[in-house]
Design a protein around this ligand. Structure first.
Ligand code: AOF
Ligand code: ZN
Length: 403
């Protein structure tokens, strides 16, 4: 059994009708996971909106599915209900976010769900958007629909963590991604570039990149791997790709690199007193140089995250190397970790991942192709999100959270 504290912290207590918190069925879990998985088809095309997926089901079987494909167009629930047609009457609707209750670019999903005659709605957690935040649930319940909250909550919140950060006014999102071998190595030897995970995991990482504003690596990773840090495996392509960022105290970043050749802007974060000719060379090729306070090894990562936020880059994905990740974890400056472990052995000469396992509270563990993905959440977002959702719950919204 997984350690499921983050999935349970947002679980409802004393729901008015139907199941208690302990009685999510395997089918509820599976269908919610399907809805959440569908949401990723919109990654990188929903702008500041969340990614949302939805499933209409009867007797545990899927009748129709939908996802929010693009900012400004139909929401996931509406797509799924359109596809279901009359079959939605009396069915259960799973949505990976609380259905909206407001007129935005599209009419409220709650109206559509009520009109369709859905009998039960299952969601992981409330929408933190203040226009919704419990109102969706209240409207559905007032129309006699059974609404069950909390299924796969931790996983759904992790999928949309950047959105939760934005809407709750939390500081920058720092996500750590690590790809490691079965024996905990990121490469077979120092300075080497080794493919670790399979195609499915790599594609998923490209979708994860599409949900971030910047992808950050240390200079050693840049010099060893020359990573492109783009989203080329996604089809259709996202609206925009994240800005590559390198932590580099001695400005060893080649001005001529994969990003400058592709005409992509990039950022080099260094420490005070950089060599003026190096700065000029980097700037001439479309790079920007940020100067931040130093720490033991290179620029202070917390200061780098703050400098990126000041430049409008608030969702940061950190893709290595081990030293950068270790310093983020040591300083508590991280929110989520995605660890992909591949079934290969690199041996004792390899470069160890640090930390060797996902830090913090494990939220979920799934197979992605031949690899295993373990996701965890840090104390910062968990405490904040739980507190904020609890506040909304006490404010005329649904009863929702354990004390
Ligand atoms: C849902 N299902 O699929 C999505 C929701 O700009 P708009 O009109 O699309 O509204 C965006 C807000 O709607 C967003 O902040 C969030 O509250 C909700 N997004 N809700 O029921 C969806 N994408
Ligand atoms: Zn909606």
């Amino acid at each position: 059994m997984l350690h499921d504290y983050p999935n349970s912290i947002l679980t409802p207590r004393g729901r008015p009708a139907g199941a208690s918190v302990d009685s999510w069925t395997e089918s509820d879990h599976a269908l919610m996971r399907t809805a959440a998985g569908l949401a990723w088809s919109g990654a990188g095309r929903t702008g500041t909106n969340p990614i949302v997926g939805s499933v209409v089901s009867r007797d545990g079987r899927i009748i129709a599915t939908g996802f929010h494909g693009e900012k400004g167009i139909a929401h996931a629930e509406v797509v799924a209900l359109d596809a279901a047609g009359e079959a939605a009457r009396g069915a259960t609707l799973y949505a990976s976010l609380e259905p909206c209750a407001h007129h935005g670019r599209t009419p409220p999903c709650t109206d559509r769900i009520i009109a369709a005659g859905v009998a039960r709605v299952v969601i992981p957690a409330l929408d933190p958007d203040e226009r919704v935040n419990g109102r969706g649930v209240a409207l559905l319940r007032a129309a006699g629909i059974q609404v069950d909250i909390g299924c796969e909550a931790g996983s759904a919140i992790l999928d949309n963590l950047g959105y939760y950060h934005d809407r709750l006014g939390l500081p920058s999102l720092v996500t750590i991604k690590m790809a490691l071998s079965g024996d905990g190595m990121v490469a077979r030897a120092p300075g080497r570039r080794d493919t670790v995970t399979g195609e499915a995991a790599r594609t998923q990482v490209h979708a994860l990149r599409a949900l971030h504003d910047a992808v950050l690596v240390g200079i050693e990773t840049l010099l060893a791997d020359a990573p492109r840090l783009d989203c080329r495996l996604l089809n259709p392509a996202p609206d925009r790709i994240p800005v590559p960022v390198v932590l580099d105290s001695h400005l060893r970043t080649p001005a001529e690199n994969a990003w400058s050749r592709a005409g992509r802007p990039f950022i080099v974060v260094t420490v005070p007193g950089p060599a003026a000719d190096r700065v000029r060379a980097i700037e001439a090729r479309g790079g920007r140089v940020f100067t931040c306070t130093p720490s033991t090894h290179g620029p202070d990562v917390g200061a780098a995250v703050a400098a990126l936020a000041a430049a409008g880059l608030r969702r940061i994905l950190v893709e290595g190397g081990p030293r950068v990740v270790a310093s983020l974890v040591a300083t508590g400056c991280w929110d989520a970790a995605w660890y992909y472990r591949a079934p290969v052995v690199f041996g004792p000469g390899g470069v160890p991942a640090t930390p060797a396992a996902a830090p913090g509270d494990v939220v979920d563990r799934v197979r992605v192709g031949d690899d295993e993905r373990v996701r965890s959440i840090g104390a910062r977002p968990l405490a904040e999100i739980a507190a904020r959702v609890r506040m909304a719950a006490g404010n005329g919204g649904p009863e929702c959270l354990p004390d």
